[in-house]
Design a protein around this ligand. Structure first.
Ligand code: NAD
Length: 309
């Protein structure tokens, strides 16, 4: 069955390569008209190439679909505005916004430069605000819309990724919050933490994730790939779940975070306090030094981290 998105208009940021490319291909196959945004930059955000978005749009049109290219950066407010305007100018509406563009720059926190912090946050975090801020009034007027934000399992705390982890976790909170802002207008917003073999999942990132999971106990996503044994983490698998989240089959889902890795799709829990201790007078330092507070901490006083060499 194709045509699930017939008549719909979608904007995909970073839609020229990797996961975004597969999202564009599947959206078009399901009948959506697509604005393909891509700055055509490196995985660390260096340089630009307008040909990346254009080539993707040409490919969709050659296959009989309807697509238009935009080469702006999501990190710029005017860029976010122009790509949304592009949808309105060419197709007259905007139904689906997939915030997929992202970059990464590995560095331990004690070596991280201000530039490495700023550029990752500008693209991954502000780059979601710039599009949503311009798309939201249009979707509100339409009384319908779907937004899907791309986060990462690395946000759970992978080694040497404090800029990337914080930029992506910010988007998890952003997603929950705008789900409440926009839900009353018939717009829903969800987030994904994907895993896919793309140019971004290079050997350095794989090693960092392997250490994070094996040594420090960060919850695993796709263990086999991290061992270098599997080649099964396909961007198409991510695209399928993202496009599904854009269809009416998931119309009751709002403000949630999903995981996609190879054959698995997962739904994350929403954070809640796992244990709560009550003190009739409130907790002061003396009360916190008492056995009652030690009992509260039982089992969590474990430092799994190895001393640095
Ligand atoms: N590949 C994975 O396993 C994985 C895991 C977790 C999260 N992610 C996230 O998924 C998304 C897609 O990653 P990918 O693996 O396909 O990477 P990729 O590098 O293959 O593709 C990303 C695309 O985004 C574009 N882009 C980068 N900065 C941009 C900007 N400022 N404005 C517009 N376009 C820009 C790039 O030119 C590129 O074409 C990213 O947000 C990434 O952080 C990927």
């Amino acid at each position: 069955m194709a045509g699930r998105l017939e008549g719909k208009v979608a904007l995909v940021t970073g839609g020229g390569r990797g996961i975004g490319r597969e999202e564009v291909l599947l959206l078009a196959r399901e009948g959506a008209k697509v604005v393909i945004n891509d700055l055509g930059t490196s995985t660390e955000g260096q340089g630009s190439d307008g040909g990346v978005a254009q080539a993707m749009a040409d490919e969709i049109r050659a296959a009989g679909g309807d697509a238009v290219a935009n080469g702006d950066s999501v990190a710029e407010m005017a860029g976010g505005r122009r790509m949304v305007e592009c949808a309105m100018d060419h197709f007259g509406r905007l139904d689906i916004l997939i915030n997929n563009a992202g970059i990464t720059k590995l560095s331990p926190i004690y070596e991280m430069s201000e530039e490495d912090w700023d550029i990752v946050h500008a693209v991954n975090t502000k780059g979601v605000f710039t599009t949503v801020r311009h798309a939201a009034p249009i979707m509100m007027q339409q009384r319908s819309g779907v937004i899907i934000n791309t986060c990462s399992a690395s946000g759970l705390g992978h080694l040497h990724m404090s800029n990337y982890a914080s930029s992506k976790e910010a988007v998890v909170g952003f997603t929950r919050s705008i789900a409440r802002d926009l839900g009353p207008y018939g717009i829903r917003c969800n987030a994904i933490r994907p895993m896919a073999q793309t140019r971004m999942s290079n050997a350095d990132i794989a090693e960092t994730m392997r250490i994070s999971q094996r040594q420090f106990g960060i919850p695993a996503v796709g263990n086999e790939w991290l061992d270098g044994k599997s080649t099964g983490f396909k961007p198409e698998q991510v695209a399928a779940v993202v496009v599904w989240l854009a269809t009416d089959k998931t119309k009751s889902v709002n403000g949630r975070t999903f995981m996609i890795a190879r054959q698995e799709v997962g739904l994350y829990t929403e954070p809640e306090a796992t244990r709560v201790a009550f003190h009739p007078d409130g907790w002061d330092l003396d009360a916190l030094d008492s056995p009652a507070a030690q009992a509260f901490l039982a089992g969590v006083l474990k430092n799994v981290f190895q001393p640095a060499e």
